[in-house]
Design a binder for this molecule. Structure first.
Ligand code: C2E
Ligand code: MG
Ligand code: MG
Length: 634
């Protein structure tokens, strides 16, 4: 029987030559022992019969078996195998020679020896042995019948023949069974390994094609399926609607409920998306909170609109995540094959552009792609490349608009406003490039440059005598989302030497309304540096003013539209009064933007607004002009 350790060795996938050698050694030991037992049985039989000639042969054969076992014990398995096979063949041949020639039962051992040889030794030795057997049988036949060199020896009784045949059969049967048993086990273990390999291959394929969190096809399988749907639509002359779905404000779920809840939520979203569409449609997770869907052969655009409407509606229904009710919306962009593109890449890019438009239109909306979007995107790309070159060629300049104390008219500082000094188009206003810089992320680089330049310039003016000079710099929401704004500000302060309290960072209400954990951390980090924070264009953003209590801001800059209208009537005036009173009650400084006349300035001051800027006092001017006008430089 095969020992359990050998069986487990066989089942182990990491079988090496060392293991096979051990196995061969053990088998040879067993086989030689079984054969020795058979020889001993025969020896006893012939001893009892008084057939000493055969008994002598058997003793010699037993001695050979012993040397085989010794060689094997010394790990000379190959030599031991050869000794084993040769001595058995010789013994059988000798028995035939002294017995009844080729009619002797000893001939029975030849096939068994050949089976063993086929399993244990290389083909060369096997064929040598086979050749040897052939030659011996030819030789004994010729020796008996042609040359009469021998006559058939002793005549055995039928019982002796039966005994010998049974011994030979039992020994060969046992040995063959042992070897075949090994083979069967090896085959079985091979089969198990093949099956487990197949299974792990299937698992790997699944893992490489699916999103582990939601179980949806991942980006690559999604692409493959959509490409197949496009190919089918091309053959059948039908259409495919590729949808780019992006969740609105998903980040706030992660920030407020934690990532585990965020994951759970995404799973539920995936389930809703899949169950809202037809079985034949495609739903895949593109990454993060983005999903790419495809409607296969939709009836018409109205059908696509209806399906997208269904998706919007299903996502706006309340989700329950970890016992908390959560509501969300999404923005969907749609590009149609063949109308908006013929390949996956183009359709996805166009659906993405349309999704962006849906977001811009106020979210929770769906937009079809149209060619205008592509032109706009191309213009953005063109402008962005231009801006990048412009930054490296120092084409951006800062203009400074002075800020005054409205009570005594003294200069408090300035707001730094960026412009692009284009070599051909002249001076370009920020309204023409800031939105694109924000959309493309370039504002992170540009904003860092603005901060550095503004701080350096303010420190120069402080050194020239304006020791209380405060510089205000506008920040974009993108700088909070993508850049490490604290590091940028810290760096600007450190290389310029400007004291932090002389730097005021202007953020808009749209930044505050993000209200994410990351934003709060950034804002706290900025405050910890000692800089001031003001809210720019106050009043144009969101009606919910709760954020004012939450964030530690220093100043409100009332938007120009309110300031300009302050003298237009009692309602307009009441609005300004309300803002000023609220700011005062929160202990915030109030700053009027866009003062275009003396009367407006006076009105704002009388309503309690302490600080202001506007064309009435001065437009934004270059640093040099500013120096001449306000820092006494000639
Ligand atoms: P803002 O921060 O509200 O800047 C005030 C804008 O109002 C400036 O326009 C200024 O020239 C203009 N202004 C000031 N006083 C008057 C006035 O009496 N009447 C009128 N009609 N306008 C007045 P500008 O320089 O064109 O900047 C526009 C906007 O571009 C800024 O609005 C700001 O949001 C953005 N911006 C400018 N520079 C930067 C910057 O470096 N980074 C970022 N992120 N945004 C910037
Ligand atoms: Mg501003
Ligand atoms: Mg403003």
């Amino acid at each position: 029987m095969m020992s359990p350790d050998v069986a487990s060795d066989l089942a182990s996938p990491a079988r090496d030559n060392g293991l096979i050698d051990t196995l061969r050694r053990r088998r040879l030991n067993q086989i030689a022992s079984i054969v020795s037992s058979g020889l001993t049985v025969a020896l006893i039989g012939y001893g009892m019969d008084g057939n000493w000639l055969l008994a002598q042969y058997l003793v010699l054969a037993l001695a050979s078996m012993l040397s085989c076992l010794v060689l094997n014990a010394f790990r000379k398995t190959n030599a031991a195998t050869v000794v084993f096979l040769v001595s058995l063949t010789t013994l059988s041949s000798a028995l035939m020679w002294v017995g009844t020639g080729i009619n002797d039962v000893a001939l029975l051992t030849f096939p068994a020896i050949l089976i063993l040889a086929a399993l244990l030794v290389p083909p060369r030795i096997f064929f040598l042995l086979l050749g040897g057997m052939f030659c011996f049988l030819l030789f004994i036949t010729l020796a008996t019948h042609t040359f009469s060199w021998r006559v058939n020896g002793y005549v055995t009784s039928p019982w002796e023949d039966l005994r010998d045949s049974l011994t030979i059969l039992t020994v060969s049967g046992l040995v063959v069974w042992l070897i075949l048993n090994d083979l069967q086990k090896a085959l079985h273990s091979l089969q198990t390994q093949i099956e487990s390999l197949k299974e792990s291959q299937e698992n790997l394929t699944y893992l490489s094609q699916h999103d582990l969190l939601t179980g949806l096809p991942n980006r690559s399988l999604g692409r493959e399926r959509i490409e197949r749907a496009i190919a089918l639509a091309e053959r059948q002359g039908t259409s495919v609607a590729v949808m780019f779905v992006d969740l609105d404000y998903f980040k706030s779920i992660n920030d407020t409920l934690g990532h585990a809840a965020g994951d759970e939520f995404l799973k539920q979203v995936a389930h809703r998306l899949s169950s809202t569409l037809r079985q034949s449609d495609i739903v895949s997770r593109h990454g993060g909170d983005e999903f790419v869907l495809a409607l296969v052969d939709p009836a018409d655009e109205a059908g696509v609109s209806a399906a997208a409407g269904g998706l919007l509606e299903s996502l706006t229904k309340i989700f329950t995540v970890k016992d908390t009710d959560v509501s969300i919306s999404c923005s969907i962009g749609v590009a149609m094959y063949p109308h908006d593109g013929h390949d996956y890449e183009t359709l996805l890019r166009h659906a993405d552009m349309a999704m962006y438009q849906a977001k811009e239109s106020g979210r929770n909306a769906m937009r079809f792609f149209d060619a205008g979007m592509r032109t706009a995107a191309e213009t953005d790309m063109h402008l962005m490349t231009g801006m990048r070159t412009a930054l490296s060629r120092s084409e951006f300049v800062l203009h400074f608009q002075p800020v005054f104390n409205l009570v005594d008219g003294s200069l408090l500082g300035a707001e730094a406003l960026v412009r692009w000094q284009h070599p051909e188009r002249g001076l370009i206003a920020p309204a023409q490039f800031i939105p694109t810089a924000e959309k493309t992320g370039f504002i992170v680089e540009l904003g860092a440059w603005v901060l550095r330049e503004a701080c350096l310039q303010a420190e120069r003016w402080r050194k020239e005598g304006r020791s209380d000079f405060e510089i205000a710099v506008n920040l974009s929401v993108v700088q909070f989302r993508r850049g490490s704004i604290e590091d940028v500000v810290r760096h600007a302060l450190s290389i310029s030497g400007l004291p932090p309290h002389c730097l005021e960072l202007e953020i808009t209400e749209s930044i505050l309304v993000q209200d994410t954990e990351q934003f709060l951390v950034s804002l706290r980090g900025l405050k910890a540096l000692g800089v001031k924070i003001s809210i720019d264009d106050f009043g144009t953003g969101y009606s919910n003013l709760a954020y004012l209590q939450k964030f530690d801001v220093d100043k409100l800059k009332i938007d120009q539209t309110f300031v300009r209208a302050v003298l237009d009537g009692p309602k307009q005036r009441a609005l300004v009064v309300a803002i000023v009173q609220m700011a005062q009650s929160l202990n915030l400084c109030v700053h009027a933007e866009g003062i275009e006349s003396n009367d407006v300035g006076a009105a704002m001051q009388s309503l309690g607004c302490e600080v202001g800027q506007g064309y009435w006092y001065a437009k934004p001017i270059t640093a040099q002009e500013f120096s001449v006008r306000y820092c006494g430089e000639s």
